[in-house]
Design a protein around this ligand. Structure first.
Ligand SMILES: Cc1ncc(COP(=O)(O)O)c(C=O)c1O
Length: 431
């Protein structure tokens, strides 16, 4: 695989940008953090002219593939009519109407730009409406990079503290240690430990914040009854249940993971997948809580919030997703299902101890798991070196996936893509 252009561009980028990248999450690509030239549908081309079937999908936002036609057309139409007014537009009403129709918990919605902002808003709102400060969060869950939320994402196990009560650990230098006073960190998927935390701190807990599927850390599914148990605990103790649906929203089902599992949170956050790749996020939830933003006593703000081109993209993307009873999403699930089944079968046929978990539009592949993967700590038993070799072999064969093991499938992936991918998987398993 050629990478000379990417390497040259990286050297040039480093002269004006720390590390040559504008998000630290993009650092871990080999042989170099790569530069891309264009994307269309399920395909992406890098600066060296290499073509890939893309299962990275910008780490999730391209649920409709690269540059989906109706979204691009809707944005183009708006571009000639103005970018922002610091005032309202009909587009944002139309986007919100479509949004609340699809999402079970969403009596009301507020739009912003990134998932991190939406999480920030949800945590603030939960604290405001309960008058409490503590947020229960789980080891290995990623809720964005803001100070309040960027804790215990991937702590080294020798610094993580006991499994039952993990030590709160900031991820980045520069975070404030005292923020830990307002966090209770728990292992995920263990209802007994959540019950214990509520027994000890129930009247101080503003909210439980959780990904309904632990996507970033292994596409780990909730154990039967776990989300229902968290729901019941929150209700009993007057705390809010917040689902971080930044990845699962509109992808797992049209109504997100809350619809898929039949568990309705009080608040939920959305981003990747709701606007065809444009930067839009949302915090949504029960009217009685969300109205607090409307009283102006709880601040949710942002110069770029609900800007018309992004609202045009949201309206068009939600229309595409809901058309024909969700036919596009059903197609993506069918493609993903074939990939999941095919990767498992090809791994076994090659004598590899391969594991495939999650849902067809967001699944995780790993090798040599030493125990059942149910939370962050068990997820660390997977063999990263083996996956790294598999990842490289796939990339060399024109299949682009996230280095850690997560695969996203879009509505633009075709049967031919799946067939080509599985042929490459077969070779890569052998390699
Ligand atoms: C589950 C989850 N929550 C929140 C975020 C933060 O979103 P953003 O990167 O748009 O700030 C991410 C990003 O990967 C995510 O996966």
């Amino acid at each position: 695989m050629k990478s000379e252009q990417s390497q040259r561009l990286m050297e040039r980028a480093r002269r004006t940008c720390p590390g040559g990248i504008h998000s630290n999450v993009r650092a871990n690509w080999q042989p170099t953090p790569m530069f891309y030239d264009r994307g269309q549908g399920s395909r992406v081309w890098d600066a060296d002219g290499n073509e890939f079937i893309d299962y990275v999908l910008a780490r999730g936002p391209l649920l409709l593939g690269h540059s989906p036609g109706p979204v691009i057309e809707a944005v183009k139409r708006q571009l000639d009519r103005g970018l922002m007014y610091a005032g309202q537009s009909v587009l944002e009403i139309e986007a919100a109407e479509r949004f609340v129709k699809l999402v079970p918990c969403a009596d009301l919605v507020r739009f912003s730009n990134s998932g991190s902002e939406a999480i920030h808003a949800a945590m603030r709102l939960a604290r405001a409406v309960t008058g409490r400060t503590k947020i229960v969060r789980f080891e290995g869950h990623y809720h964005g990079w803001f100070d309040n939320a960027f804790w215990n994402y991937a702590p080294p196990l020798n610094q993580a503290g006991p499994r039952e009560s993990p030590q709160p650990r900031p991820v980045s230098r520069g975070q404030v240690a005292s923020d830990a006073e307002n966090l209770i960190v728990l292992p995920w998927n263990d209802l007994a430990l959540a019950e214990r935390a509520f027994a000890a701190h129930g009247n101080a807990i503003a909210a439980v914040l959780t990904e309904p599927i632990m996507c970033n850390c292994g596409a780990i599914m909730p154990r039967p009854g776990y989300l229902e148990g968290l729901r019941e605990l929150c209700t009993r103790h007057g705390s809010l249940l917040i689902f971080d649906e930044v990845i699962t929203g509109f992808r797992v089902s049209l109504g997100g993971a809350q619809q898929y599992f039949g568990v309705t949170p009080d608040l939920a956050t959305f981003a990747k997948g709701m606007a065809g790749g444009f930067p839009v996020s949302a915090v949504a939830g029960r009217r009685e809580y969300m109205e607090e933003f409307g009283t102006l006593t709880v601040t949710h703000a942002g110069t770029y919030n609900s800007n018309p081109p992004c609202m045009a993209a949201t309206r068009a993307a939600l229309d595409m997703l809901s058309a024909d009873d969700g036919a596009l999403l059903k197609h993506a699930h069918a493609m993903g299902e074939q990939l999941m089944t095919g990767i498992k079968a090809l791994g076994r046929a090659a004598g590899r101890d391969v594991h495939v978990r999650g849902v067809p539009t967001a699944f995780f592949v790993s090798f040599n798991d030493r125990e059942e993967i149910v939370d962050y700590r068990t997820s660390t038993t997977r063999d990263r070196d083996a996956y790294g070799r598999f990842w490289t072999a796939l990339q060399e064969r024109g299949i682009r996936t996230i280095p850690e093991g997560l695969w996203f499938v879009s509505t633009a992936h075709t049967q031919a893509d799946v067939d080509e991918t599985l042929a490459a998987v077969k070779e890569a398993m052998g390699a």
